[in-house]
Ligand binder design. Structure first.
Ligand code: SF4
Length: 306
């Protein structure tokens, strides 16, 4: 058995920075420490912090007056900052800088009264946050080609599109083409909103799929970028599975296969991948493990002041 690990996988710079913020805040201030929304979308990371006393909340009303709260990597809308100030909460912002970039683009569009088509998954925390930077009268959320078919915009007003950072690169390209066909003057962001980490992980899975006959993605079911990795592998015709931890791995998936490809989403700790590799090695002790250097090995984001 050959075990091939995607060269670029696991924690991205934004996730590493957000997790570091929580660790430093725990060290410096202890508990109770509140985090609005799961700091990143990974079950193991959340469980680990909960065991250390971190309280994850969805509404700021759950934080006592004057309490300390961290905002997750997915970003929040301006109304959340306003609410935190009003309630005199001490907040630390762990929003990924690449999400903040999309917030700035949304703000610019709204300042110029640009009708803003926001491509993303309805209800996803990042999309909810970004929506808050767009004037509600100018906001149009689209998720599918059907949404674009139904979309009606004022032809006399400028129009632009923005996207969530963790979408499928290929699916989003199709949606953008469709938007451009329907609204030829539509403006895009200066540079793709899909972040480099999402792009690199999808590219790495596509490469992996070319020489493997089954792909296993480590990642939580509610993680957007992990699900996109599974879909990326499926598009190449490979069987692909998503597991939150090694406990969900089924050995039957690799019976009769000779090359197993493994990758993980941007919010997945490395030990989860290692657990899976160890499990396969237990059953196939002569397996060889292959991994090339990550294309992101030198990328770090500054950790916000805690
Ligand atoms: S996936 Fe991209 S946008 Fe999200 S935290 Fe990582 S680098 Fe930032």
């Amino acid at each position: 058995m050959e075990i091939h690990l995607a060269h670029t996988q696991g924690f991205c710079a934004g996730v590493a920075s957000a997790i570091e913020v929580v660790k430093r805040a725990l060290e410096k201030y202890g508990t109770p420490l509140y985090v609005r929304h799961h700091i990143v979308h990974n079950t193991a990371v959340i469980k680990d912090f909960e065991e250390q006393g971190v309280v994850f909340i969805e509404e700021l009303t759950e934080v006592p007056e004057g309490g300390r709260v961290i905002f997750s990597a997915h970003g929040v809308s301006p109304s959340i900052y306003d609410e935190a100030k009003k309630r005199e909460l001490i907040y630390i912002d762990a929003t990924c800088p690449l999400v903040t970039k999309v917030h700035r683009e949304a703000t610019n569009f709204t300042k110029k009264e640009v009708q803003t088509v926001l491509i993303g998954h309805r209800g996803h925390q990042e999309l909810v946050g970004t929506s808050g930077y767009v004037d509600p009268g100018l906001l149009y959320v689209v998720e599918t080609e059907d949404d674009i078919d139904r979309l009606e915009l004022d032809p006399f007003k400028p129009t632009g599109y923005l996207t969530q950072t963790t979408l499928s690169v290929t699916d989003t390209a199709v949606l953008i083409e469709k938007l451009k066909d329907k609204f030829p003057g539509i403006m895009g962001p200066p540079k793709s909103d899909i972040c480099f980490a999402t792009q690199n992980r999808q590219d790495a899975v596509t490469e992996l799929s070319q020489h493997c006959d089954v792909i296993i993605i480590c990642g939580s079911g509610h993680s957007s970028n992990s699900n996109r990795l599974k879909e990326t592998a499926e598009k190449t015709g490979n069987a692909s599975y998503l597991i939150d931890s090694v406990a969900e791995f089924d050995l039957n998936w690799i019976v009769g296969k000779s090359r197993v490809g493994i990758s993980s989403g941007a919010s997945v700790p490395e030990y989860i991948v290692q657990d899976l590799v160890n499990k396969i090695l237990e059953v196939y002790p002569d397996s060889q493990v292959f991994r090339e250097e990550s294309v992101e090995k030198d990328i770090r984001f500054a950790v916000p002041k805690v």
